[in-house]
Ligand binder design. Structure first.
Ligand SMILES: Cc1cc2nc3c(=O)[nH]c(=O)nc-3n(C[C@H](O)[C@H](O)[C@H](O)COP(=O)(O)OP(=O)(O)OC[C@H]3O[C@@H](n4cnc5c(N)ncnc54)[C@H](O)[C@@H]3O)c2cc1C
Length: 510
């Protein structure tokens, strides 16, 4: 998968040969567009130019090529695959996929739609969600056809399978209130290989498919800025290769697929301060928001730039879920069994980034782990509260109320499932620091360019910018905050990446 550019259809020397100097000065990626009148000579021509070699870009490239376009895909790094190759490779799919049917899992488009539209953030993109759910069965067939290996194996354990199971509950479907809003079904589809290698395997398959179709892949080429005609149409892109600027003319369309901006500290501070404080920027080294800024540079609107996946991965092991999560007031604020992204969102966005997991003897981590550090240990809840300087009596009240109802198998506040519900009793009690800054608290961004369901980039007046398309974490897509299930991002990248690639090649069907 991680081929050097010399192994691709376009060689470094070939590109260098075809390139001549342009009038443009070197600028930061994403700077304002350059008028085409400033280009003395184009160094190269292509039908469709895809920028970024992650799941969104490669899916776009495959479909653009299938639609008959000449496709050049450029990647700033020497390795192809982006964050997508680092990921678990989980794709959120449902409504009766081939794998769900093989495993006799019942699901429907309607329940999948209810889950994504009702459980996530406010005002989600309903047009995209509807299309995504309706197209999910076909999309999974497409993933299979690209050669991604899935096994007919289901696991009911919480968390990404580390064995070769390919289907699991990847989100918060079974936690309250989600389970009352939509019938839970396992929809996390993950390549059936051991360990956290799903993303690598998924990208291997997509990249070799792109190569086989004749997509030209070029590494170590960084897109810097878009070039526009006087009527606003995108005419091409200025890129850098070995520090030299080159101009690529694009006949049909440019697809921005450069990923998110979790490694751009200035953008995080400006747009997503809650994510700025999270301890682990989770993503490919070039998650700098270049594509988003290039889009903004030609007048594109950007949406939900504050949102992202803030992750509090307290399970596995599932036995810690018998503990309770409390905020700085010593109060519970969520069902502890909620998916990592829902827990992380609650802490990062709604509790000023501070929370603690309180465990008793039997819910304490029984193995060494340094994701969450023990910051108080005592034989009484009162002593824990004192060590954490909680408001007087608050934690004691929280635990007494919780224990009273847990003894009857009830959780009136957050309806935690009975499997994880029992009174907290039996010292020592431990408080584990779950703060965004101190704990292992990964995060990446969801905000991006405003696009149609076909990836056409829109300005603030909802007008399309001719010749410009975007997909994946360059766009504001299906993943919103809170992130309710693993697989919604790579699912969105591949599904809407395909649509953007097709639209860039042949336009949007009326
Ligand atoms: C450890 C980890 C596990 C994850 N697991 C999952 C999971 O299982 N399921 C899921 O849905 N999500 C998961 N995610 C999130 C998911 O991986 C990303 O949101 C998604 O892969 C983004 O895909 P993309 O195609 O938009 O961008 P990327 O895959 O990041 O690809 C963008 C590419 O563009 C390149 N690029 C950037 N700027 C330029 C430029 N100026 N010129 C040229 N190229 C450029 C980058 O180098 C990169 O290769 C995970 C993330 C991480 C870090």
């Amino acid at each position: 998968m991680t081929k050097d550019i010399t192994e691709t259809g376009v060689t470094r020397r070939g590109l260098l040969r075809g390139l001549t100097a342009t009038a443009a000065a070197t600028v930061a990626a994403g700077a304002a567009a350059l008028p085409s009148s400033a280009i003395k000579a184009w160094d190269m021509h292509t039908g469709v130019l895809v920028i970024g070699s992650g799941a969104a870009g490669v899916s776009a490239a495959i479909e653009a090529r299938m639609a008959g376009a000449n496709v050049l895909l450029i990647e700033s790094l020497s390795q192809f695959g982006g964050s997508s190759a680092m990921s678990g490779g989980v794709v959120y799919a449902g409504g009766g996929t081939a794998l769900q049917r093989a495993l006799k899992v019942e699901d429907s488009v309607e329940q999948m739609y209810r889950f994504i539209s009702l459980v996530g953030g406010v005002h989600p993109p309903l047009d995209k969600i509807q299309l995504y759910c309706e197209g999910s069965v076909e999309h999974f067939d497409w993933l299979l056809a690209q050669g991604i290996p899935y096994t007919d194996k289901l696991t009911l354990a919480k968390g990404l399978p580390m064995g070769d199971e390919s289907l699991y509950f990847s989100g918060t479907e079974q936690a309250w209130p989600a389970r009352e809003l939509a019938v839970p079904a396992p929809r996390g589809h993950v390549p059936g290989i051991d360990g956290m290698n799903g993303g690598r395997r998924l990208m291997q398959a997509l990249l070799s498919q792109a190569r086989a179709l004749g997509v030209k892949l070029q590494g170590r080429v960084r897109a810097q800025r878009l070039v526009t005609e006087s009527d606003g149409r995108i005419a091409g892109v200025i890129v850098t290769l070995d520090g030299e600027e080159r101009a690529i003319a694009v006949r049909r369309g440019v697809v921005l697929a450069c990923g998110g901006f979790i490694h751009n500290r200035a953008m995080l501070r400006r747009y997503a301060p809650q994510l700025y404080d999270c301890s682990v920027p989770w993503g490919n080294a070039d998650d700098h928001g270049d594509g988003i800024n290039m889009g903004i540079g030609v007048g594109a609107a950007a949406l939900r730039m504050n949102e992202g996946f803030a992750i509090a991965p307290i399970y596995p092991p599932e036995y810690v879920l018998s503990g309770i999560l409390v905020n700085a007031s010593g109060q519970r604020f969520i069902s502890e069994e909620s998916y990592h992204g829902v827990l992380g969102d609650a802490i990062a966005y709604h509790q000023q980034g501070r929370a603690w997991l309180i465990t008793d003897r039997d819910s304490s981590f029984t193995f060494h782990q340094d994701n969450f550090l023990p910051v108080a240990e005592a034989n009484t809840i009162g002593d824990i509260a004192a060590q954490l300087a909680f408001p007087r009596g608050a934690l004691q009240h929280t635990v007494a109320y919780y224990n009273l109802h847990a003894a009857n198998g009830e959780d009136p506040m957050f309806r935690k499932s009975r499997a994880y519900l029992r009174p907290l009793q039996g010292p020592p009690y431990t408080a584990w620091d779950l703060s965004t800054a101190q704990a292992f608290f990964p995060a990446h961004t969801f905000g991006g360019l405003h696009t149609t369901v076909d990836g056409e980039v829109l300005n603030s007046f909802d007008d399309t910018i001719p010749g410009l398309y975007a997909a994946g974490r360059n766009t504001a897509g299906i993943p919103t905050a809170p992130y309710i299930a693993s697989g919604l991002s790579v699912g969105d990248c591949t599904f809407f990446g395909r649509r953007a690639g097709r639209a860039a090649a042949v336009g949007v069907a009326a």
